[in-house]
Design a protein around this ligand. Structure first.
Ligand code: ASP
Length: 583
């Protein structure tokens, strides 16, 4: 028998018992006549002790153990004289009577401890060693726990987990597909799913009624920070439902997960706001509502006073930073630099200080105290507050003001990691105009249903049509999104027409779905959640990478497997992939 116990479970109650433990040598220390070894496994760390006087041979053996050696130690549990209250096993140690080396280890390239000396790249290359570190290991265990809770809840409300294929058909309408060449049918390709969207809709046609799956999805996008080319979704679909049925069902899931995983109880229903309102009030379709700082539209109030910046702007918006009227010149310059960064793109920032000596702005000569007083009233500013104003084109200014709002939220420490504010954003626009391709694209995907009252606008003013689509947003992060689907062939045809598809092109790409819809598609809708992101949020971190056992780096490489990598000429040949070389 290798072991009687794990390295994380022995306490003072076990004192006096004989045990056998297995694990990795985290570190060892020689203190004169004694040698101490920290033995680690998944469950924790237990201190082993060897006494030179009692058994010089054994002690010598312990002294020769290298870091990360795999050992089996037999001995007696005893109370420690020097207790460590921070460790669950900190009151005991094992007085070892027999030590077996099960395997040796080369000197690891970095220390396998919380405070490691390994840089990011090195830890990625030796990910299996990094995974031995408590925090990384705990992230993966948290991921497991969340997945189990998702399955428990979904099962409890009648959802069936169905696996959908990984080798499917390319549908260029979304992001870029990863493709897999077919050997048996030269010149043809499978695509890896960007999501099982069409398949889950087919499951509704099949009558499964309630489907979910924790599923890998693949998108060949230029990697922005914290995106992975393969990621995991909790993918869901339901039949005979309207929007609110879906929101209620998945609000239930969200509340259950918060309760089971974080011990947080949400008594109130999640807020629901429209996309339009989110943009007007926060300049973002994923507002962080841990703090208020809503926008005030000052456009009509401040135009017409010969202040050129305002008079030439389409939109002038303000936020009120409570208690910040004492900001120094330097702090204000920093904020101005912040909004002028190319990623944010504002031309400048105007501020109004509501100090104890009145309301002051550098545009004083254009605006009287009375006018400034009106601005302050409009943004609900009190004495002690600072009003920050941006002006320009409406869309760009809303976005820039949103960044400024988040920056102020961060500076004022209003974005605490342990506070969670979920909300639903609903009624997204159905279509988005693409300037380069000069055509509309579906903002969500082509199967998203327009709001029934907007269908009439589909041909006359497509940009105005709202979709029956929704996102779950938590703390400024889009955690999930979905929609009620089109199940009516006429509306689907209209949608393809607006997207610029000929009937033939629509049939080529989505014929399988359109065909299925001829055989009784129920009204249906669904949602998918970014599982990695949700777990990272529960883990209190921004980056999803450390919640994935074997992630890719920022350039989409797996530096441990050293891939993507070339394949042999023989493989290329079998796949009928000819690489042209210049000679
Ligand atoms: N398939 C969609 C996505 O991946 C989600 C949905 O509409 O259910 O974004």
């Amino acid at each position: 028998m290798y072991r009687t116990n794990t390295c994380g479970e022995l306490t003072i109650r076990n004192a006096g018992t004989n045990v056998t433990l297995c694990g990795w040598v985290q570190k060892s220390r020689d203190l004169g006549g004694m040698t101490f070894v920290d033995l680690r496994d998944r469950y924790g760390i237990t201190q082993l002790v060897f006494n030179m006087e009692k058994d010089a041979d054994l002690c010598g053996q312990a002294r020769r153990l290298g870091r990360e050696f795999v050992v089996m130690a037999e001995g007696k549990v005893r109370e420690r004289s020097n207790k460590n209250p921070k460790m669950p096993t900190g009151e005991i140690e094992i007085e070892v009577t027999q030590l077996t080396i099960l395997n040796r280890s080369e000197l690891p390239p970095f220390t396998v401890e919380e405070e490691t000396d390994g840089g990011e790249e090195l830890r990625m290359k030796y990910r299996y060693l990094d995974l031995r570190r408590t925090s990384v290991k705990n992230n993966i265990i948290l991921r497991h726990k969340v997945a189990q809770e998702v399955r428990k809840y979904m099962d409890s409300i009648g959802f069936i987990e169905v696996e959908t294929p990984v080798l499917i058909k390319s549908t260029p309408e979304g992001a870029r597909d990863f493709v897999v060449p077919s050997r048996m049918q030269p010149g043809t390709f499978y695509a890896l799913p960007q999501s099982p969207q069409t398949l889950k809709q087919l499951l509704m046609v099949a009558g499964f009624d309630r489907y979910f799956q924790i599923v890998k999805c693949f998108r060949d996008e230029d990697l922005r920070a914290d995106r992975q080319p393969e990621f995991t979704q909790i993918d869901c679909e339901m039949s005979f439902v309207e929007r609110n049925d879906i929101l209620d069902t998945f609000e239930g899931l969200a509340k259950y997960l918060f309760r089971e995983v974080k011990g947080i109880e949400f008594k109130e229903p999640f807020k629901r706001i429209s996309y339009h309102e989110a943009m007007e009030l926060y300049g973002s379709d994923k507002p962080d509502l841990r703090f208020n700082m809503r926008f005030t539209d000052l456009t009509s109030l401040v135009k017409g006073f010969n202040f050129p910046v305002f008079d030439t702007s389409e939109y002038i918006g303000a936020i009120c930073a409570e208690g910040c009227s004492g900001y120094t010149r330097k702090q204000l310059d920093e904020l101005t630099e912040f909004v002028k960064r190319p990623q944010i793109g504002a031309k400048g920032m105007i501020y109004v200080k509501y100090g104890s000596d009145g309301i002051k702005s550098f545009a004083d000569k254009f605006f009287s105290q009375e006018e400034l007083g009106r601005w302050a009233a409009a943004v609900n500013a009190k004495q002690g507050d600072l009003i920050l104003i941006l002006a320009g084109g409406k869309k760009e200014t809303l976005t820039a003001l949103s960044e400024l709002r988040l920056e102020m939220g961060t500076r004022l420490e209003l974005r605490k990691k342990d506070i969670f504010v979920p909300l639903w954003v609903v009624d997204f626009p159905l279509l988005e105009w693409d300037k380069e391709e000069k055509r509309f694209f579906a903002m969500h995907h082509p199967f998203t249903s327009p709001k029934p009252e907007d269908i009439l606008l589909m041909e006359s003013d497509p940009g105005k049509v709202r979709a029956n689509a929704y996102d779950l947003v938590i703390n400024g992060v889009e955690i999930g999104g979905g929609s009620i689907r089109i199940h009516d062939a006429t509306v689907q045809k209209l949608m393809f027409k607006v997207l610029g598809f000929t009937e033939e092109a629509a049939n080529n790409q989505f014929g399988f779905l359109l065909n299925a819809f001829k055989y009784g598609a129920p009204p249906h809708g669904g949602i998918a959640f970014g599982f990695d992101r949700w777990v990272a949020m529960f883990g209190g971190q921004d980056s999803i990478r450390d919640f994935i056992a074997f992630p890719k780096n920022n350039s989409g490489r797996d530096v441990m497997l050293d891939t993507p990598s070339p394949i042999s000429g023989k493989q290329l040949d079998e796949l009928s992939l000819i690489i042209k070389t210049e000679n």
